[in-house]
Write a protein that binds this ligand. Structure first.
Ligand code: ADP
Length: 193
């Protein structure tokens, strides 16, 4: 059963590729950004606490995000497989996920790091902001989010490399080309079935 994480800077295509991969392997796709945006749209307590961080391109506090993902993954019926997209994003989140995985026999079996040059990322995000009206895809916030990624999330690449489950995939190309690369790498690390 696939338990994968997509680890990539904003604009690299986590959402698109995460959805494809999850569908192909028959596991749920859990995107923390989407979950948080739903909470904001519905005006829940979590949404109210998360909104300002998101609009400014800052990370939502670990405690809120850990709770949100915990409910989705370890709720009444703990998930056996999943593709996580956008979580973990800090070392503290990664440690919480690892502790849960060890205790419940559900550690990740593959972590896909999508590699895309920063210039291309910024170009894609600004285009996306215009097309979809995402309020955090503005010029100022886009740069802040890249910096936050470098500072808080990039250290996770080494964390997972040390655990032998890191897959680095070139994220430049068409959606199909990138999906093919991910499929090939994952099949080698986490065979179907
Ligand atoms: P992107 O990767 O383009 O930034 P996401 O949809 O993954 O888009 O995330 C949007 C925003 O949601 C982030 O900038 C952050 O504020 C918040 N967020 C999502 N996932 C997390 C997380 N794991 N920890 C903290 N904040 C998060």
């Amino acid at each position: 059963m696939l338990r994968a994480l997509l680890l990539a800077p904003p604009g690299a295509g986590k959402g698109t590729q995460g959805e494809l991969l999850a569908k192909e392997r028959g596991v749920p796709h859990l995107a923390t950004g989407d979950m948080l945006r739903r909470h904001v749209a519905e005006g829940t307590d979590i949404g109210k606490r998360a909104q300002t961080y998101m609009e400014q391109g800052e990370l939502v506090p670990d405690e809120i995000v850990n709770q949100l993902v915990g409910q989705a993954v370890a709720g009444d019926e703990p998930l056996e497989g999943f593709v996580l997209d956008g979580f973990p994003r800090t070392l503290e989140q990664a440690k919480a996920a690892y502790d849960y995985g060890l205790a419940n026999n559900r550690t990740f079996n593959a972590v896909v790091s999508l590699v895309v040059p920063e210039k291309e990322l910024v170009r894609r995000m600004l285009a996306r902001g215009e097309a979809h009206g995402r309020t955090d895809d503005t010029e100022e916030t886009v740069h802040r989010r890249q910096l936050v990624y470098e500072e808080s999330t990039k250290p996770l690449v080494e964390f997972y490399r040390d655990r032998g489950i890191l897959i680095e995939v070139d994220g430049v190309g068409t959606v199909d080309e990138v999906a093919d690369r991910i499929r090939t790498a994952i099949d080698a690390l986490a065979p179907q079935g």
